[in-house]
Design a protein around this ligand. Sequence first.
Ligand SMILES: Cc1cc2nc3c(=O)[nH]c(=O)nc-3n(C[C@H](O)[C@H](O)[C@H](O)COP(=O)(O)O)c2cc1C
Length: 181
Amino acid sequence: MNFKEICETRQSCRKFDPLRSVEEEKLNAILEAGRLSPSACNGQPYHMTVCQGTAKDEIAKATQGPGINGFVTDAPILIVISETDYVKSAALGAKIKKNDYRSIDIGILSAYLTASAHELGLSTCILGWFSDEKIRSICNLKDPIRLVIALGYAKEGDVLRTKKRKDFDELISFLEDKKEI
Ligand SMILES: Cc1cc2nc3c(=O)[nH]c(=O)nc-3n(C[C@H](O)[C@H](O)[C@H](O)COP(=O)(O)O)c2cc1C
């Protein structure tokens, strides 16, 4: 699958197959893709906690509410992404430039993880709705939880949805020098 195909066919999965587990070598390949993602000053201000089994079941509950994220129960793996300290140079840059590089870095990490999973035939859903307090306690983490990624195989028959995105012209503009006449 080339990158264009990954972009066109990756989608958030909300129908995981609870009976199909993820092969260890595929899980490792996905985590390694994440490990190689870029970050401000190469600071890598995040940690990934891979949760399976009963810990995963507890964390799934911590992502759910009435009518929210019920499907997460069926995902065999949850990757909890917590935000760690800045390296000094990134901290300084963030302060001077008033930019939240750590959130940006975690977004890029998530893009690498989800694209890699899709290339390997797996499905993901990035989860931003969860109880930080509960997940920190289950994972024994001191740092804030920023995202959880549900990972597994989609149920047979889960269809590819049409992508809904803003139009190219709304999303993108070009600035060019005026041409000399
Ligand atoms: C930061 C972030 C948080 C998200 N949180 C949730 C969530 O809690 N539950 C959910 O079902 N989808 C969640 N999503 C998935 C988005 O709804 C989805 O990416 C978007 O609608 C585009 O659809 P697609 O991923 O299928 O292309 C989240 C995505 C991102 C990037």
